[in-house]
Design a protein around this ligand. Structure first.
Ligand SMILES: [Ca+2]
Ligand SMILES: [Ca+2]
Length: 200
């Protein structure tokens, strides 16, 4: 399987072609991808781990409830009764094998977590293999939205400069989500994802 997405005729694939078409250098020299989830998941799939003991409810869906860009975003919702659940979206990219890539990642995260007590941890980053368990996941700080009081959801523009070294498969996996570190039912939203890979 080369792509975790439907065939050429789908809107999702067309969106990827459009998103990659402004890549000035071609696949050997780098790759640029962006989506704001207006037409679909654009190749992302959902995943989760540590979701039992007791079994907990979770859901990741596109929604037009709110958006940072356009009208659609992705809502991540989890009833974190076990104090450990981790849910995310992930997307596979095909790069050259055995190279070090500089990665610029940016995205918008809507969080209602105010103050600095009981915030959760953001999952965001790139790994050379498909992340399946907690040990595989990249984490990037807290879900704190910067407000001192409950002001509802705030869109946070986040960006990270990263590196990834591809293995023999040439794969890189982008993951975005949340790690629930306290026993609440919470929702978060993701939008406006952009990632670029540039070989060193
Ligand atoms: Ca959007
Ligand atoms: Ca996975």
């Amino acid at each position: 399987m080369r792509w975790p997405i439907p065939p050429l005729t789908s809107l999702a694939f067309l969106a990827i072609l459009v998103a990659c078409s402004d890549d000035p250098a071609g696949p050997d020299d780098g790759l640029v991808f962006e989506t704001s989830f207006e037409a679909g998941f654009d190749g992302f799939v959902t995943d989760g781990t540590d979701l039992d003991d007791p079994p907990i409810e979770w859901e990741i869906e596109r929604t037009d409830e709110r958006a940072d860009d356009g009208e659609w975003s992705v809502r991540l919702e989890i009833e974190n009764l076990n104090d450990a659940g981790k849910i995310w979206i992930e997307r596979r990219f095909e790069l050259e094998p055995g190279l070090v890539y500089d990665v610029e990642l940016s995205y918008a995260l809507a969080s209602a977590d105010f103050g600095d007590i009981n915030t959760w941890t953001v999952i965001a980053g790139v790994t050379p293999t498909d992340p399946e368990s907690a040990d595989d996941l990249p984490f990037q700080g807290s879900t704190a939205n910067g407000a001192d009081d409950d002001v509802g959801f705030v869109w946070l523009e986040r960006s990270h400069d990263l590196t990834v070294t591809t293995g023999a498969s040439g794969e890189a996996w982008l993951s975005l989500g949340v790690w629930g570190t306290s026993e609440f039912t919470r929702s978060y939203y993701l939008d406006d994802v952009r990632i670029s890979f540039a070989p060193r």
